[in-house]
Design a protein around this ligand. Structure first.
Ligand SMILES: [Zn+2]
Length: 476
């Protein structure tokens, strides 16, 4: 281990030893929380979103660091907190904060220093200001605010999530204490804490399951405060990660979004599902494998690198799958080198049920189109399912991008050959072809490709007899 790395790791361990510990739900018995923040800190503590340094000490008056804010927000939105490599050189992959910091980046909630003299650093121990807090919360809860600190401050004030300073200003440059950050976060999650009635239940939603719990907060750590019967209609407001804030009669609380539909009851012709679709899907793990990475750029053409295009697409697929009961894992979620053999090994180690590798093609400038591969030989025993998966993804990609249909093909790729689950490799288009390249360099078309891959995976599960109908309604 390099000395520099060792010291930065040491520094993180010294500063954040407490966030390693996943303790059971902590009774909020803090003795250092001021009355103005007590209900909100208790609410976050009940859901294991905010923790103190002990059962009694919340460190209310200490300024909150960028790393702590990332942890609180990541827990609130149920993001992946597994320590892993981040895009920042000053956040060690093994540090307990690395997972939430990288998830914050993946979800555009918390930004590091991407340009200028500080580029590539996150500064996890730096205290945040009220202005930075406003931007993080506005990003986390998807407020439209125009991308400016003043816009974010206004978005929070309009909703009663934050107040101004009394002198008319927001105090954007002022540092913020842990207790006050907790208050703002609790208000963003739960409108009952807000300083004004700003919630509007504008969405019509229907329960997808019998005996569905309405909970007092957005996780199963919170108690049930009511039940919905199957097909019962509710009104929905905002989402907090995978939970939706709903109103049903006099009961207002949070319901797991996976159990809500945006359309009225299914047609009577639909045969009853004998086994709960959701319970089966939550046992399924999808492995997303963006090709290349790090020192291996893949194909490069017209200034575009394959490794970047396929990572962007993979992250978008990941974000879609994260909103479903499926488990999803990525062989890489950052610009890092992963060997060919490590990819199927990762999939096997993580109990993958479906493996989808994402690539862009390269050949002469005239070659164009979309093709999807599977491996047809004895080393991966799932030939028929692999062909089915490849076909479903290919069909969706053709519908989405309308490039030349080069078809579903067999290919002897290590990531398919050395796998032991249904596996497909999508070549979205040719990076070496000008018009294919135009799509590959467009965020709009990569979003379209990610939905095609997502729908292709759903089509595969549907063909295998799973009830995935409710998952076709994805946000945005
Ligand atoms: Zn490739």
């Amino acid at each position: 281990m390099k000395r520099k790395v060792f010291y930065s790791l040491l520094a993180l361990l010294v500063i954040f030893p407490l966030f390693n510990v996943t303790s059971p739900a902590q009774a909020a018995g803090f003795t250092d929380v001021p009355a103005r923040a007590l209900e909100e800190v208790t609410f976050l503590s009940d859901g294991n979103i905010a923790k103190g340094s002990s059962a009694a000490i919340f460190n209310s008056n200490r300024t909150i660091t960028r790393a702590e804010a990332a942890i609180f927000l990541g827990r609130a939105l149920q993001l992946n907190g597994t320590p892993r490599k981040t895009v920042f050189r000053d956040v060690d992959r093994s540090s307990s904060v690395a997972g939430y910091i990288q998830s914050g980046v993946d979800h555009n909630i918390i930004l590091g220093y991407l340009s200028g003299v500080s580029a590539g650093n996150f500064y996890p121990n730096k205290a945040i200001t009220r202005g930075e807090m406003a931007i993080m919360i506005a990003n986390a809860f998807k407020y439209s605010y125009g991308g400016t600190a003043s816009g974010a401050a206004k978005a929070l004030m309009d909703r009663g999530v934050a107040d101004g300073m009394g002198n008319g200003s927001f105090g954007s440059g002022n540092l913020i204490k842990r207790a006050d950050f907790a208050v703002f976060l609790a208000r963003a999650i739960n409108p009952e804490f807000r300083t004004k009635d700003s919630v509007s239940f504008t969405k019509s939603l229907w329960s997808n399951a019998p005996n569905l719990n309405i909970r007092s907060g957005p996780s199963t750590a919170y108690p049930s405060i009511g039940k919905l019967s199957e097909n019962q209609q509710v009104s929905g407001a905002h989402s907090v990660g995978k939970w939706t804030y709903v109103k049903s009669g006099a009961t207002v609380g949070f319901v797991s979004t996976a159990y809500l539909r945006t359309t009225a009851a299914k047609p009577a012709a639909t045969p009853p599902v004998t086994e709960s679709a959701d319970s089966r899907l939550s046992g399924q793990t999808i492995i997303i494998d963006p090709g290349h990475g790090g020192s291996d750029p893949g194909a490069i053409s017209f200034g575009l690198r394959e490794k970047d295009v396929v990572l962007t697409t993979g992250l978008k697929v990941n974000n879609l799958l994260k909103q479903t009961p499926f488990n999803v894992k990525m062989t890489r979620s950052t610009d890092t080198f992963v060997s060919l053999s490590a990819r199927p090994a990762f999939a096997v180690r993580n109990g993958g049920d479906v493996f989808v590798s994402i690539h862009a093609n390269a050949a002469s400038a005239s070659a164009t189109g979309t093709e999807t591969f599977y491996y047809s030989a004895a080393t991966n025993p799932y030939t028929a399912d692999s062909r089915l998966l490849a076909t479903k993804i290919q069909n969706r990609m053709i519908a989405a991008w309308n490039l030349r249909n080069r078809g579903v093909k067999t290919g002897n790729f290590a990531v398919l050959r050395e796998n032991n689950m249904p596996a497909a490799l999508a070549e979205l288009g040719f990076i070496t072809n000008k018009s294919d390249n135009d799509k590959l360099k467009s965020d709009y078309w990569l979003t379209s490709a990610s939905k095609a891959i997502y729908y292709g995976i759903l089509d595969y599960y549907k063909a295998k007899g799973y009830d995935v109908d409710s998952l076709y309604n994805v946000p945005k």
